[in-house]
Design a protein around this ligand. Structure first.
Ligand SMILES: *[C@@H]1O[C@H](CO)[C@@H](O)[C@H](O)[C@H]1NC(C)=O
Ligand SMILES: *[C@@H]1O[C@H](CO)[C@@H](O)[C@H](O)[C@H]1NC(C)=O
Ligand SMILES: *[C@@H]1O[C@H](CO)[C@@H](O)[C@H](O)[C@H]1NC(C)=O
Length: 294
């Protein structure tokens, strides 16, 4: 009876477009779930504390939050599997009590409140492709729907390249800074040239847009990033697995190259026979999504 009433209230509020504070519970014929896709690394949200849970995996911690009446976000400490449930979130700082503080080892998770996802059936089964997510439905069991991709720039932890230009002004991160007009720049040697981005956590890359140093018209540097092999790198159980998914070929101004691979790192590698000048990259836009490793 109580549950029915809550759902009814939620429907009315949604209809008149008022945000409901506990929207984490997404009713669809009593199948609930949510994606915790807003992550703040080495940060902890303080305020509107609900409870502390020990020896609990991240997945269990998120599940506890989801089934809790008022939980909106969690802090998880991976080192000893500690979990804190909170009635506030960064996005829905309703009481004004929420303060985000730096705290090494703690990560803060909350939902992207626009994404409605999984339910119990999909949690137990996953028949969908890696670029799709499973969604419980009221009639039948599930539906596979495409993920929306986002720029993975905010999930890059570090960037490095085979060498830095001697001015020191063009580090690798300039190829991942969200600006086509500033570029990374290696020295001429050592060769072969390469550039790499390491993600904060595992991602799925749908595609990469590789932008040359601009403008290239009649420029002496327009071939500097040609014939670069594009790779994803996964680290599992002390082993690294490299997958080649594309090549810049004759790059021109820019190319959009499909990837459809999981990655812990992204690398562009220019074989020795092509590493005859500098590497000089305007931007490498990486689009995909974050993958949770529970
Ligand atoms: C786990 O570590 C965190 C951070 O150091 C600490 O606050 C918490 O009390 C620890 N939990 C246990 C059960 O020791
Ligand atoms: C929450 O709101 C209070 C009051 O407006 C503000 O001081 C605080 O910074 C906010 N917290 C976050 C995480 O945005
Ligand atoms: C790049 O290609 C993907 C498909 O592989 C497409 O979804 C995306 O919109 C393209 N982006 C641009 C900027 O061309």
């Amino acid at each position: 009876m109580k549950k029915k009433k809550q759902i009814f209230i939620l429907c009315i509020l949604t209809a008149i477009n008022i945000t409901f504070p506990y929207i984490l519970k997404l009713p669809e014929c009593n199948k609930y779930d949510a994606i915790f896709s807003k992550i703040k690394y080495n940060q902890r949200l303080i305020g509107d504390f609900i409870t502390f849970l020990q020896s609990i995996s991240l997945r269990q911690c998120l599940t506890k939050c989801m089934w809790h009446d008022t939980c909106q976000s969690v802090n998880h400490f991976r080192g000893n599997n500690s979990c804190e449930l909170l009635a506030s979130s960064v996005q829905r700082n309703r009481t004004g009590n929420a303060v985000l503080v730096s705290d090494r080892g703690w990560n803060h998770f909350e939902t992207d409140f626009n994404i409605i996802t999984l339910g119990p059936w999909c949690t137990a089964n996953n028949p969908c492709q890696p670029n799709e997510r499973c969604k419980d439905v009221c009639f039948g069991t599930h539906k596979c729907v495409s993920f929306t991709t986002e720029s993975l720039r905010d999930y890059i932890e570090t960037a490095s390249q085979s060498s830095d230009h001697n001015t020191g002004e063009f580090p690798a991160i300039k190829a991942f800074d969200g600006n086509n007009d500033v570029y990374s720049h290696t020295a001429r040697s050592p060769t072969p040239h390469w550039i790499k981005a390491t993600f904060k956590q595992r991602v799925f890359i749908n595609y990469v847009i590789f932008v040359n140093r601009l403008p290239i018209i009649s420029s002496p540097y327009d071939q500097r990033n040609d014939n670069m092999r594009l790779e994803t790198i996964l680290h599992d159980g002390g082993q690294s697995r490299v997958t080649v998914f594309g090549n810049t070929g004759i790059l021109g101004t820019q190319k959009n190259i499909s990837c459809m691979q999981y990655a812990d790192e992204f690398q562009a590698f220019q074989p020795l026979e092509f590493s005859t000048d500098y590497n000089n990259i305007g931007e490498i836009w990486i689009y995909g999504r974050v993958v949770f490793t529970f």
